[in-house]
Write a protein that binds this ligand. Structure first.
Ligand SMILES: Cc1ncc(COP(=O)(O)O)c(C=O)c1O
Length: 400
C-alpha cells in the first residue's frame, strides 16, 4: 500500500491542487454513496425511519464513534458542527456581571463571537490572552493563559488545534491547570477527531465540541458535543424541542433534548462510523499510520514553502514541528492591503490569483491583522508531496 491514497477515492476536482482540507474537509465517494443509501432508506418511509428507526441507529453510531474518541456515549450528542456545539454550551450557561470569560488571540472568530454574545448578554467580560507567535513550545500557551486567570474567571474557550496558526495546544495540561484554579474549559475541538488520537474522558474538560466532517472525512454537517456528567443538567441544545417535556425515563434529559432538535437530515451522523472505518483502512497502520504520514507530509510541505519564501523575508513557521498536526502555518510576505478584511469570508487577492492562474487552493489568513498574513497548509491521504512543491514554485514566482 502506498502512503498516498488514490485521489479519485474522493470527489475532488483533479484539476485543482487542493491543499485546504482544513476548512471544510472532503468526503470520499464511498461515504457519499453510503449517505445516499441512508437517504433512500429514510425517504422510502420517512415516518417509520424518523419515529422507529432513527434513535437506535444514532445510538449505534454514537457508541462506535465514542469508542474511537474514548468517551461514554451517555455524555455525547451529535450536532451539525462545532459552531453549533459551542453555541449550545455557551448559550446554556449563565454568567454574572463582572465574570470573566477567558479566550486567546489564536481562537476562531465565529466561536469568539459566540463568547462575546453571551458576555454582552450577561454583563460579563471577555479577556483575550495574547499568546506570542511564533510559539516556542507548550509552556508559552499554558503560561499566557494562566497569567490571565483571576478570581473572576469562570470559563475558558480554548481550541485543541488552532485555526489560523494551526497549532496543537497542550489541552490536557490547560484543562488541568485551569480546573485547579476553579475554571471550566470549553474545548473547541473542531479539528480534533481524526487529526488527534483523542481521549476525551482523559482530557476531562467540562465541555468538548468537535467536527467529523473535517479530518474523519464524514459528510458535511456532522459534529458533536461532549458534556461531562456533572455539567449536563445545565446544558440545553440551541433548539428546544420535544425532549424538554418528554415523560420518558429511559434516557437522560441531555440525550432526549439533543437527539431530537426538529426534522433534519440525520444521514451525515449515521455515516460517521463508516467514514472512520473506511478512511482508517486506507493505511496499513490505520489511523495512527494516517496521522503519521500526513503530519510528515504537511511538515515537509511547510519546509519546502518556507525555503521558497525566505528570500522575501517570510516563511517562518508559527511553531515547532512537534506542535503541528495535519495542518501547518507559516508567515507570508505582507499584503499590499492594510485595511482589515470587511468580511470574515474574506479571500486574499493573492490567494484568489493562485487559484485562478495555477488552480491551487490554499488559504491565506490575516494574522494577527493586515498587512501581516499566514498561509495554512493541510495534508490528508490524497495529498502528494509534489503539490506543496508546486505551491512553493508558484509563491516564489508570485512574490518576485
Ligand atoms: C478552531 C475552529 N473552530 C471552529 C470551527 C468551525 O467549524 P464549523 O464551521 O464546522 O462549525 C473551525 C472551522 O474551521 C475551526 O477551525
Amino acid at each position: 500500500m502506498s502512503d498516498v491514497a488514490p485521489a479519485d477515492l474522493w470527489s475532488l476536482d483533479p484539476a485543482i491542487t487542493f491543499l485546504n482540507h482544513g476548512s471544510f474537509g472532503a468526503c470520499p465517494r464511498a461515504i457519499l454513496e453510503s449517505q445516499s443509501r441512508w437517504r433512500a432508506r429514510l425517504e422510502a418511509h420517512p415516518v417509520r425511519f424518523m419515529v422507529d428507526e432513527l434513535e437506535p441507529l444514532l445510538d449505534d453510531a454514537a457508541a462506535r464513534v465514542c469508542a474511537f474518541m474514548r468517551c461514554d456515549p451517555a455524555d455525547f450528542a451529535f450536532v451539525p458542527n462545532a459552531t453549533a456545539g459551542v453555541n449550545a454550551i455557551l448559550r446554556s450557561l449563565d454568567f454574572q456581571p463582572g465574570d470573566e470569560l477567558l479566550a486567546n488571540n489564536h481562537e476562531y472568530n465565529a466561536c469568539l463571537n459566540a463568547l462575546r454574545f453571551v458576555a454582552e448578554r450577561d454583563g460579563a467580560r471577555v479577556v483575550v490572552a495574547d499568546i506570542p507567535c511564533p510559539v516556542t513550545g507548550p509552556d508559552d500557551i499554558v503560561d499566557a493563559l494562566i497569567a490571565h486567570v483571576t478570581d473572576h474567571t469562570k470559563l475558558a474557550l480554548v481550541s485543541h488545534v488552532t485555526s489560523p496558526t494551526a497549532l496543537i495546544f497542550p489541552i490536557e495540561r490547560i484543562v488541568r491547570e485551569l480546573a485547579q484554579r476553579g475554571v471550566d474549559t470549553l474545548v473547541d475541538g473542531a479539528h480534533g477527531p481524526g487529526m488527534i488520537d483523542l481521549d476525551i474522558d482523559g482530557i476531562g474538560a467540562a465541555y468538548y465540541t468537535g467536527n467529523f466532517h473535517k479530518w474523519t472525512c464524514a459528510p458535511k454537517g456532522a459534529g458533536f458535543v461532549h458534556v461531562r456528567r456533572d455539567r449536563q443538567a445545565a446544558i440545553r441544545p440551541a433548539i428546544i424541542s420535544h425532549g424538554a417535556n418528554s415523560p420518558r425515563q429511559d434516557r437522560s434529559r441531555f440525550r432526549l433534548e439533543f437527539d431530537w432538535t426538529g426534522t433534519a437530515d440525520p444521514t451525515a451522523y449515521l455515516c460517521v462510523p463508516e467514514a472512520i472505518e473506511y478512511v482508517g483502512k486506507l493505511h496499513p497502520d490505520g489511523w495512527p499510520g494516517i496521522r503519521d504520514v500526513c503530519a510528515k507530509r504537511v511538515r515537509r510541505g511547510r519546509e519546502v514553502i518556507c525555503e521558497a519564501l525566505h528570500p522575501f523575508g517570510a516563511g517562518v513557521p508559527t511553531g515547532p514541528d512537534t506542535m503541528a498536526g495535519l495542518i501547518a502555518s507559516l508567515t507570508l510576505p505582507d499584503s499590499p492591503e492594510t485595511e482589515p478584511p470587511k468580511s470574515s469570508l474574506y479571500t486574499d487577492p493573492m490567494q484568489t490569483r493562485l487559484y485562478r492562474e495555477q488552480h491551487i487552493e490554499a488559504p491565506f489568513v490575516p494574522w494577527p491583522c493586515m498587512p501581516s498574513r499566514l498561509l495554512r497548509l493541510s495534508a490528508h491521504l490524497y495529498n502528494r508531496p509534489e503539490e506543496y512543491e508546486k505551491l512553493a514554485g508558484a509563491l516564489g514566482e508570485a512574490f518576485e
